[in-house]
Design a protein around this ligand. Structure first.
Ligand code: FUL
Length: 573
C-alpha cells in the first residue's frame, strides 16, 4: 500500500466519522497528502491540553507592589554618591552660598575615573550633588550667576554634570542627581512662588539636557533660622516623572524611595518597604526615626528605604579626614543591603577632581571581601524538600529548588492554607557557615513577618540558629559559626503564603560572632593589618589577588586576641 492509498483511506474514514458525529460540517478535500501531519498535531495538542490546563496559576500578589522602576532601583543594590562643589575647596560641609566661585578649580577632574571606580567595585548607579545647599551649580545653569560658568575651571566652559553623564553612559552606569531645595545663594529663596519656579526651571535643565536620569535625590535639610518657605513637592514630583518617567525620586518620605532615618547606613532589623507617606513630612524635625527605619507592616504604599552614608566622616572631601575600613563597610553592607535596603555610599572626589587613592583602596578591599564571602553559595548543590509545594511536587514551577536559582523571578511557593511553611535543606555533607541570605520575590509583594533557621546538631537535635523578622528583597543574617548538614528554613508568620526566591549560606571569615562572648562585648575589630598583593597575569589581563586578614577580638576579660589568619587567592579582571 503506497502513501496515497493510506491518505485516501484515512480521508474516507474521517469523512464517515464526521458525517455520523456532525452531519452539518462540510468536508473540504485536500489534494495535498498532509493528513498524517494534521492528525499528529491534533493528537499532540489533545495530549498536551489536559496537562497544561491542570497547572495551578501563580498565587495572587499582595498589595502594595513596587512599580517597574522601583524594582530596577532595588535590584541595583548599591550606588555611589559624589558630594563635590566649592565645599571641597573651602574645607566645609554646609557652604554659606557666598564663597568666591573662582575657588572651584579641580584641575585634574576626570569623571571617567569616578565612573570606573563605581563600576569596578560593584556600584551600578551614581548620584552627583548637581547643587548642594550653597546653591553652586555644577552645570552652567541659565538661572543663576553661581555655577561652573563663573569659576576658573576650564575658563568657565566646564560642565561636571555633562562629563559625568557622558562617562556614565559609556560605561552603562545609571546617573542620578541631587538638587538641593535649600539654596543659600539665590536671592529669591524665601519667596515661595519665585523660588518654586526657579527650582523647577533648574530641575528641568537637569532632566532635559543630560540623557536618562535614574535617580533624583532631594531633601528638606535647612539650617536653623533660615528663611521660611513652602516647597511645592507634589508639582516637583509630577514634573520629574513626566520628564524622566523611569527616575526614582528619593526624599524623607518618597514617593519612590525613602530615607532610612539616619546617616550611618543602619536600617531596622525589621524593615518593610510598606509605608504610609502621609506619616512623614519632608524635612520635618518631628519625624519618627523608628518609622523610617522599620517601615510599616500596614502601610498602603511601596516606599523602600535608602541608606545614605559617607565613606569618610564628612559628606565633602576634607584633607584631614580618612575613609572607613573595608571591614566597617562590610558591617554597613549587612545592616543596609542585608536589611532590604539600597546602600548609597558617598565617596567624595578631592580638590584635584579625582577620587583619592586611599578611598579606592578601601572600595577594592570591600569588593574583594564581598566576593570572597558571597560568590559561592554553600547550599548550591543541596537537595531540597518542602512542607508543601504549590501545584504538587510534580509541578516544577514552584519547586523548592527554585530557591537555588539566582534572582527573584522564580520562587518556591507552598500550597494554600497550610499550617506550616518549611524548606528542608540537605547539604549532603557537613558544612561550616555563619551567614544566611534569603530573598522574597518582591514583585509579588513583601510577605514574611517572622522566620527562623534551624540546624540538626551532632546529637540529632534540631537547634534554632537564628531568628529573623522581615525579608523583603534581601535579608542577610549573621550568627556564630556552625557546622551542620541538615537545615530547616521555617517561616513562622506571613501576610500571605510566603514565597522564597533565593536561599544562600556562606562563611564570612571576617565578621566572627562568638557565642561565648556576650553581645555587648563581641565587637570584632579589623585592625588594619589587611594588605593586598596583586600581580598581573599577562595572558588573561586579570590580576591575581592574595590577601591576609588578621582579626583581633575583644575578649570577655577585656584583652585582645588574634583569632584568625586567612589567606584568599582570587582573580578579578
Ligand atoms: C543632608 C545634607 O544636609 C548633607 O550635607 C548631605 O548632603 C546629606 C546627604 O543630606 O540632608
Amino acid at each position: 500500500m503506497n502513501m496515497n492509498n493510506i491518505n485516501r483511506n484515512m480521508k474516507t474514514r474521517l469523512k464517515s466519522f464526521i458525517k455520523t458525529h456532525n452531519p452539518n460540517l462540510k468536508i473540504q478535500t485536500c489534494t495535498k497528502p498532509i493528513f498524517p501531519i494534521q492528525i499528529l498535531f491534533l493528537t499532540l495538542c489533545s495530549s498536551l491540553i489536559p496537562v497544561l490546563s491542570n497547572h495551578k496559576p501563580p498565587p495572587l500578589p499582595i498589595l502594595p507592589l513596587p512599580n517597574a522602576f522601583q524594582l530596577q532601583w532595588q535590584k541595583s543594590n548599591m550606588a555611589l554618591f559624589f558630594h563635590f562643589g566649592p565645599n571641597t575647596f573651602t574645607d566645609s560641609e554646609w557652604g554659606t552660598g557666598h564663597a568666591d566661585p573662582t575657588i572651584f578649580n579641580p584641575t585634574k577632574l576626570n569623571a571617567s575615573q569616578w565612573i570606573h571606580v563605581a563600576k569596578e567595585y560593584g556600584f551600578s548607579r551614581v548620584l552627583l550633588t548637581a547643587k548642594h545647599h550653597d546653591g553652586f551649580c555644577l552645570w552652567p545653569s541659565e538661572y543663576t550667576d553661581y555655577s561652573v560658568r563663573s569659576s576658573n575651571w576650564r575658563n568657565g566652559n566646564g560642565d561636571v554634570v555633562a562629563d559625568l553623564a557622558a562617562a556614565a553612559k559609556d560605561a552603562g552606569v545609571g546617573l542620578g542627581v541631587y538638587l538641593s531645595p535649600w539654596d543659600r545663594h539665590e536671592e529669591c529663596y524665601g519667596d515661595t512662588l519665585r523660588y518654586n519656579q526657579h527650582y523647577l526651571a533648574q530641575m528641568t535643565e537637569l532632566l532635559t539636557s543630560y540623557g536618562e536620569i535614574k535617580d533624583i535625590f532631594l531633601d528638606g535639610a535647612k539650617g536653623e533660622g533660615e528663611k521660611n518657605m513652602e516647597y511645592f513637592f507634589e508639582s516637583w514630583f509630577s514634573l520629574i516623572h513626566q520628564l524622566q518617567p523611569s527616575a526614582a525620586i528619593y526624599s524623607d518620605s518618597g514617593p519612590d524611595n525613602r530615607w532610612v532615618g539616619n546617616e550611618y547606613g543602619i536600617a531596622g532589623s525589621t524593615c518593610w518597604s510598606l509605608f504610609n507617606r502621609s506619616v512623614i513630612g519632608i524635612g520635618d524635625i518631628d519625624n519618627d526615626p523608628e518609622y523610617l527605619k522599620q517601615g510599616d507592616p500596614f502601610g498602603s504604599e511601596w516606599v523602600p528605604a535608602l541608606c545614605d552614608v559617607s565613606i569618610r566622616p564628612g559628606w565633602f572631601w576634607h584633607p584631614s579626614e580618612h575613609p572607613k575600613s573595608a571591614r566597617k563597610l562590610l558591617e554597613i553592607y549587612y545592616t543596609s543591603v542585608g536589611r532590604n535596603c539600597k546602600l548609597l555610599l558617598n565617596v567624595p572626589p578631592n580638590s584635584s577632581g579625582l577620587i583619592s587613592s586611599e578611598d579606592i583602596q578601601v572600595l577594592r578591599e570591600f569588593s574583594e571581601l564581598r566576593r570572597s564571602i558571597f560568590s559561592h553559595n554553600l547550599a548550591a548543590s543541596a537537595s531540597l524538600n518542602a512542607s508543601s509545594t504549590r501545584g504538587g511536587i510534580r509541578d516544577s514551577r514552584f519547586s523548592p529548588y527554585k530557591v537555588l536559582e539566582e534572582g527573584i523571578h522564580t520562587y518556591w511557593a507552598p500550597e494554600e492554607s497550610q499550617t506550616k511553611w518549611i524548606l528542608y535543606i540537605n547539604l549532603k555533607e557537613l558544612v561550616s557557615f555563619n551567614v544566611l541570605q534569603v530573598q522574597e520575590p518582591i514583585q509579588m509583594g513583601q510577605r514574611v513577618i517572622e522566620f527562623h533557621l534551624e540546624a540538626l546538631n551532632r546529637d540529632g537535635l534540631w537547634k534554632r540558629v537564628v531568628n529573623g523578622t522581615t525579608i523583603g528583597y534581601q535579608r542577610l543574617l549573621l550568627f556564630p559559626k556552625l557546622k551542620s548538614q541538615y537545615l530547616k528554613l521555617v517561616v513562622d508568620k506571613s501576610r500571605a503564603e510566603p514565597l522564597i526566591s533565593y536561599l544562600g549560606i556562606y562563611m564570612d571569615p571576617v565578621t566572627i560572632l562568638n557565642e561565648n562572648v556576650s553581645d555587648k562585648r563581641s565587637a570584632t575589630y579589623f585592625n588594619g593589618t589587611q594588605f593586598l598583593r596583586s600581580t598581573t597575569n599577562n595572558s588573561s589581563h586579570s590580576a591575581t589577588i592574595s590577601f591576609i586578614i588578621l582579626l583581633s577580638v575583644e575578649t570577655t576579660s577585656g584583652g585582645y586576641m588574634i583569632i584568625l589568619t586567612t589567606k584568599f587567592d582570587g582573580c578579578f579582571t
